[in-house]
Design a protein around this ligand. Structure first.
Ligand code: PGA
Length: 246
């Protein structure tokens, strides 16, 4: 995995948007896997600007999301359906029939996971997968210990992840379970772009880049991906090269 350090969050976000825009220019029908969270907001803002002021079109592209909370309806304010609508899909010219987000209220969640994997396969697999990284090294909701062979499935969220995300929920209780795209599903993407910003990600970044490749640090799997890049700002890079990663 190649690492590129940018001076700040805005520069990192602009570079990430350029990766998405360039892949669309090469292939208007490109297939993307996209994250939620605080980190990608700058990238989405820039892509929306490019759509509005430069005519960048998403009309032929296909989008899959990495994950969704189990039990949350798509119109729940904290659902990832809503996040994507508010920050990206609702602001561009994406074709609603080519937007896929796991259904958190599917009556049979296991069947929903199978349906999601089948939809990815039917779309021809993922071209560009953009990811954030959790403070514990998770990617999507693949928490430490997730098998590198895993596919889209129902997972239990770690206490630390629920604590980080608690503020989005009433009574500060995040759901206990989610649907996430699997590690193998992510790894099969033709290109992976991992984004990290801020000192609170520095430890996870160092562990992923310089520690052992291990299921205990899910993002470390990307080191053996043939076309993965890590874009980070100086704060997120601040633990690299210190020999502190275990
Ligand atoms: P964040 O989340 O961008 O909100 O930090 C990233 C993640 O937990 O995957």
């Amino acid at each position: 995995m190649r690492a590129r350090v940018f001076p700040d969050y805005d520069a990192m976000s602009a570079a990430a948007a350029d990766v998405v825009a360039q892949s669309l220019e090469q292939l208007p029908s490109a297939v993307f896997m996209l994250p939620t969270g605080i980190t990608p907001l700058g990238m989405y803002r820039r892509l929306v600007d490019m759509h509005r002021s430069e005519g960048l079109t998403f009309a032929e592209a296909t989008f899959f999301n990495l994950d969704e909370y189990l039990g949350l309806a798509s119109d729940h304010a904290a659902s990832y359906h809503m996040y994507m609508k508010e920050h990206f899909y609702g602001l561009i010219d994406a074709d609603p029939t080519r937007i896929f987000v796991p259904e958190g209220t599917a009556p049979d969640p296991e069947a929903e996971c199978e349906r999601y994997e089948a939809a990815i396969a039917e779309a021809g697999g993922i071209g560009v997968c953009v990811l954030g990284i959790g403070r514990n090294g998770h990617i999507g909701f693949n928490e430490p210990g997730a098998s590198f062979d895993s596919r889209t499935r129902v997972v239990e969220l770690s206490e630390s992840t629920r604590k980080v995300n608690a503020g989005d929920f009433e009574a500060d209780r995040a759901p206990e379970r989610a649907i996430t795209v699997g590690m193998a599903t992510i790894f099969e993407s033709r290109e992976v772009l991992l984004l990290a910003s801020g000192t609170n990600k520095a430890g996870a970044v160092a562990a992923a880049m310089e520690g052992d490749v291990s299921e205990s640090v899910p993002a470390s799997m990307l080191r053996s991906h043939p076309n993965a890049s890590l874009f980070l700002d100086e704060d997120a890079a601040s633990d690299l090269g210190r020999g502190v990663a275990g």
